[in-house]
Design a protein around this ligand. Structure first.
Ligand code: NDP
Length: 330
């Protein structure tokens, strides 16, 4: 028996709490993993609170990512003792996830952890860092380089935003960090942001085209914020859109696209092909400044995850939330 966060549904609604479950209750899969570290992401908070229909079947163990050690495997690519990381693939939504001491999953979903990175650091990066790297790679692929001009990051004090800010700055980009928490200005400066902008400047519906400011953008907000970012892009600027923390809808015009040649690139981490994940994780293992990463990381015990979830959705959480599940195996 081991600890797991379990979301159950009854006629009166859904309820989440810490439960004891047995390995035999885990879903089917060809690899059994002992989870060393998991994390709490925005999507996990949606799942735990039921604020959005993220969970597709009940009961569900949430947790869209984990890092751990293989215990049993009938998958040709993995054997007991291998260190692995998992992000997405519907884990924590349709298949029991990482907020538990053990997980049984398809080996096709696992990425072998590159040499030189601990399981803890892999999860300090987590889905937020992996998504931030997908965004940075999208900017690079479309020609936005450090000398192209300033890059704006929205939701900068959150998980994806913090890591995106840190990556970009470390690569020599000038980063403008947009935040609803100006009290986090020093934190954002410590990550390498050169300009801090109050989110309030982006929350009113603006004109189809505004002053040209940004060569690139990483947007976790969606909604009006994204519409205003699009309107402020410089000629041939590129926006990597990955989130909806400010809203699912997007009301804009074609003006940024047909008059300024702006590109809007969609970023999905969940079903991203494995070949790209392997490249992303190699880069993460070698290019992340682990000391800076540590500064944006807070640990929360598995037993406290459910209580923290609503605060996450209120935008009160800074940086990355790490959950030590079996940290002794790291
Ligand atoms: P966090 O909660 O850590 O960060 C979100 C940040 O967004 C907050 O910290 C806050 O930053 C900002 N924010 C909060 N409310 C609003 C609002 N109303 N309007 C504008 N900005 C707001 O979440 P994550 O970093 O884990 O995830 C960010 C987003 O990216 C989420 O929507 C998540 O679902 C999505 N995501 C998508 C992935 C994909 O594959 N496409 C993968 C991972 C995440 P601040 O206080 O600085 O303003």
């Amino acid at each position: 028996m081991f600890d797991a966060v379990l979301i159950e549904k009854s006629d009166s609604g859904q309820e989440a709490g810490l439960s004891r479950i047995d390995t035999s209750q885990l879903p089917q899969g060809d690899v059994l993993v002992e989870v060393a570290w998991s994390t709490l992401n925005y999507k996990d908070a949606l799942a735990i609170t039921g604020a959005s229909p993220v969970v597709r079947s009940f009961p569900m163990v949430p947790g869209i990512d984990f890092a751990g050690v293989v215990v049993e495997s009938s998958h040709s690519a993995f054997e007991p003792g291998d260190r692995v990381v998992l992000n997405g693939w519907g884990v924590g939504e349709r298949h029991w996830g990482g907020l538990a001491a053990r997980a049984r999953v398809s080996g096709d979903w696992l990425v072998p952890l590159p040499e030189g990175i601990s399981l803890r650091n892999a999860m300090a990066i987590g889905t937020a860092g992996y998504t931030a790297m997908l965004c940075v790679m999208a900017l690079e692929r479309t020609g936005v380089m450090p000398d192209s001009g300033e890059v704006v990051v929205t939701g900068a004090a959150g998980g994806v935003g913090s890591i995106a800010t840190m990556f970009l700055a470390a690569r020599g980009y000038r980063v403008a960090a947009v935040t609803g928490r100006m009290t986090e200005a020093d934190y954002l400066t410590s990550l390498g942001a050169t300009t801090i902008i109050d989110r309030a400047e982006f929350t009113q519906v603006g004109r189809p085209l505004a002053k040209e400011r940004w060569a690139g953008a990483i947007d976790v907000a969606g909604g009006v914020v994204l519409a205003n970012v699009l309107a402020s892009m410089r000629y041939r600027g590129v926006v990597a859109a990955c989130g909806l923390a400010g809203g699912m809808e997007l009301t804009t015009t074609v003006a940024p696209f047909i008059l300024r040649g702006v590109t809007l690139v969609g970023i999905d981490s969940v079903m991203c092909p494995k070949s790209e994940r392997l490249i992303v994780w190699q880069r993460l293992a070698h290019e992340v400044d682990m000391a800076r990463l540590e500064a944006m990381t807070t640990e929360v015990q598995l037993s406290n995850v459910v209580a923290l979830a609503p605060r996450f959705l209120e935008g009160e959480v800074r940086g990355r939330i790490l959950v030590p599940v079996n940290p002794q195996i790291d």
